[in-house]
Design a protein around this ligand. Structure first.
Ligand SMILES: [Mn+2]
Length: 350
């Protein structure tokens, strides 16, 4: 290659990188500055990207069944367990779970961004993203229980229990913003902690054994450690308990490198309310082996509603009308990605 061409290509690559990260930052700043204000920009954004929870009609659709590559999801009845079946070829399908409540603006931004991110040519396209929402039940948020519920749903069919080879737990307020983040399927027995550098903490990891924000492990390991605790009510702590579970089962954690060019995420703002008060006692119990009786095994919940979003069409057209959903294309078998939002009612027996 001629030197001048090399220089040109390097410059082009650098400008592309700068451009995309600047675009992301200005996009986020714009959205956050306008959040809650009735400005023209917010209105435009809402009009363009809003799909949850008010004004959802153009982007959401309830279906009886949907095929996603080798997998199929069927809703037997609106309030029943969706039945997810996959054939043997689907062993590298990824499951991404986002526990969710109240943060509609976050989900709007995250949903839009993560789909673009995942559809990026260098990243894997066969995934199912489940946004699992806790219904208004007068109780505080229970993230661990919601995550367990999502895994339970995704593995409900016993014959294809591990059709999802691995699972990524993803906070709704974490926007991936680094090229070293690669949500590829993992075969490694080590868990991966992605969110080691997030804007809220000056791109540093807050403490050495922190694994929060975004983390990935093999589905069989998630099952082996009995998932997350169901006993932490309120925000925070369940992830430290998860670390204890991994530790008790000799699952090592690989942290991506920290710093601006590490496992970098831009965080969406929120206030720190409804903090959990019981996490320390839960961890104490887990350290004594209590994790075996508290988790995926005894999660109990009821489906409140299921909504399927066709990510491919949503993000290709940006602004689509109801009529798109009626087209054959949408109901065809060609899609490989699934974006589903499931609201569940947690039952009180754990
Ligand atoms: Mn947060």
């Amino acid at each position: 290659m001629r030197p001048s061409l090399q220089v040109f290509l390097a410059a082009a690559a650098i400008s592309l990188i700068l451009h995309s990260s600047l675009a992301l930052e200005s996009y986020l700043t714009k959205v956050q500055n306008n959040e809650g204000k009735n400005s023209q920009t917010a209105a435009n954004l809402t009009e363009k990207y809003s799909f949850i929870p008010a004004g959802i009609a153009p982007f959401l659709v309830e279906l009886r069944g949907l095929e996603m590559g080798p997998c199929k999801i069927e809703l037997v009845a609106p309030h029943s367990m969706p039945l997810i079946t996959c054939n043997a070829a689907s062993h590298s399908r990824q499951l991404i779970i986002v526990a969710f409540r109240h943060r509609a603006t976050h989900l709007r931004i995250f949903g839009h961004y993560i789909m673009m991110w995942l559809k990026h040519a260098r990243r894997r396209s066969n995934f199912a993203l489940i946004v699992i929402e806790q219904t208004e039940d007068g109780r505080v948020f229970n993230k661990g229980a919601l995550l367990n519920a999502a895994v339970k749903l995704a593995t409900a069919n016993k014959t294809t229990n591990f059709a999802f080879s691995d699972v990524i737990i993803h906070d709704v307020d974490h926007i991936p913003a680094s090229d070293i983040l690669n949500y590829a399927p993992t075969l490694s027995p080590r868990a991966v902690h992605f969110a080691t550098a997030y804007s809220k903490k000056s791109y540093r990891i807050p403490y050495p054994n922190y694994i929060g924000g975004v983390y990935q492990l093999r589905m069989k390991d998630y099952v082996r450690i009995n998932g997350h605790t169901n006993r932490v009510w309120g925000w925070g702590g369940e992830v430290d308990d998860f670390y204890i579970r991994m530790n008790a089962n000799a699952i090592q954690v690989e942290h991506l490198r920290s710093g601006l060019y590490g496992g970098r995420y831009e965080c969406l703002d929120h206030d720190a309310s409804e903090k959990s008060t019981d996490w320390a006692s839960v961890i104490k119990s887990s350290l004594k082996g209590g994790w075996k009786e508290d988790g995926l095994k005894n999660i109990a919940f009821k489906i409140n509603s299921t909504m399927l979003v066709d990510a491919d069409i949503f993000f290709e057209t940006g602004n689509i009308s109801q009529s798109v959903f009626k087209e054959k294309k949408f109901l065809g078998n060609s899609r490989s990605n699934l974006f589903v939002k499931i609201a569940v009612e947690l039952l009180d027996n754990f």
